[in-house]
Design a protein around this ligand. Structure first.
Ligand code: AHR
Length: 326
């Protein structure tokens, strides 16, 4: 199988060479030294995801790691196929963003048997055997849900509200952010008798589904709705389109709490259409490459690495906030 890997490295090196004045020398150097990381991205469902793919691509380049990148287009079976091809190519490290938590044990056992370390990026898996992956790099989604809930408690205080009725548009079912953003939020709001959840529906992290969900929630609950808690900016922006179409004023008639922190959501917050943005950063590339380098060198790595994240609300001064980059 080694020949396959050599061919691939040669091909990657040749691609680099096409853009380089001293392509031949570089190709030879790369063939001798470059380490290979296989990364299976789950899809391209949001600006967040595009920013994440870009961050990983840029970081691989700047760390001198050859990247074999495959986009699974939202299908777990494509991710499993990608991981199998990384094993066949004998990459040095496998990394992937699992679209859902269940169903990875078989393919990861194959990676373990092949002696290839695994880094989970952005999302976790559900397994009885933690030795099937070496490290997880990504957000603390539970805390993101807690932060969204805490903002709402604060908002209820400031409004002196007796009751706020919430509709929730959740992310992909059985995905880590979907599960944990739900749990963290409900661990806070369900303790507060003023905060009532009317319904939670799934919008699969897609802007188009955010629209569909908001339409049917409005049909069902009409002016009972005081708050929209949405698990990502894409779905939130879709829901805002629907609210505006129906003559409602987002941020005033309905309090909007969203997660991610894309530029468009921050602009919406500044414009008063969104009340709270819980940050989830896609800029994970450097953290992934640092861990990959250690694993390639046979060094120990921490099992869990969370990036630093914050909350932006209508109560903050956002005039100095740097462009988000996604
Ligand atoms: O896993 C992170 C989530 O996935 C982001 O919140 C969302 O925008 C993306 O689709």
């Amino acid at each position: 199988m080694k020949w396959k890997r050599s061919l691939l490295l040669l091909w990657l090196a040749a691609c680099v060479g096409l853009f380089s004045a001293c392509g031949t020398q570089k190709a030879a150097d790369t063939e001798n030294t470059a380490k290979l990381l296989g990364f299976s991205q789950l899809g391209s469902e949001s600006s967040w995801r595009l920013g994440n793919t870009e961050s990983i691509t840029r970081a691989a380049e700047s760390h001198g790691i050859s990247l074999m990148l495959k986009n699974a287009n939202q299908r777990q079976e494509n991710q499993i196929d990608a991981i199998r091809s990384f094993i066949a190519y004998q990459v040095d490290v496998i990394s992937f963003s699992p679209i859902v938590e269940d169903g990875w044990d078989n393919v990861l056992t194959e990676a373990k048997n092949a002696g290839i370390p695994v880094i989970l990026v952005d999302r976790l898996i559900h397994t009885e055997d933690d030795s099937l992956y070496d490290a997880y790099v990504g957000a603390d989604f539970y805390q993101e849900g807690v932060r969204a809930g805490e903002y709402l408690v604060q908002k209820a205080e400031r409004m002196k509200a007796d009751k706020l009725c919430i509709v929730e548009i959740a992310g992909t079912q059985d995905s880590t952010p979907g599960l944990q953003r739900y749990q963290g939020f409900h661990d806070v709001v369900d303790q507060d008798s003023r905060l009532i959840t009317l319904e939670t529906v799934s919008g699969d992290f897609l802007r188009s589904k955010g629209k569909e969900c908001m339409r049917s929630l409005l049909e069902k609950y009409g002016d009972q709705i005081d708050v929209l808690y949405s698990h990502n900016d894409g779905m939130t922006l879709g829901a805002i389109d629907v609210l505006e179409e129906q003559g409602l004023v987002p941020g005033k008639d309905i309090i909007i709490v969203t997660v991610d922190g894309e530029q468009e959501a921050i602009d919406g917050l500044k414009a008063g259409k969104i009340n709270c943005v819980v940050e989830c950063t896609p800029m994970l590339g450097d953290l992934v490459m640092e861990l990959a380098e250690k694993l390639m060198a046979g060094e120990a790595v921490p099992k869990v690495t969370h990036p630093e994240e914050q909350v932006f609300t209508e109560f903050d001064d956002l005039s100095d906030l740097a462009p988000r980059g996604y």
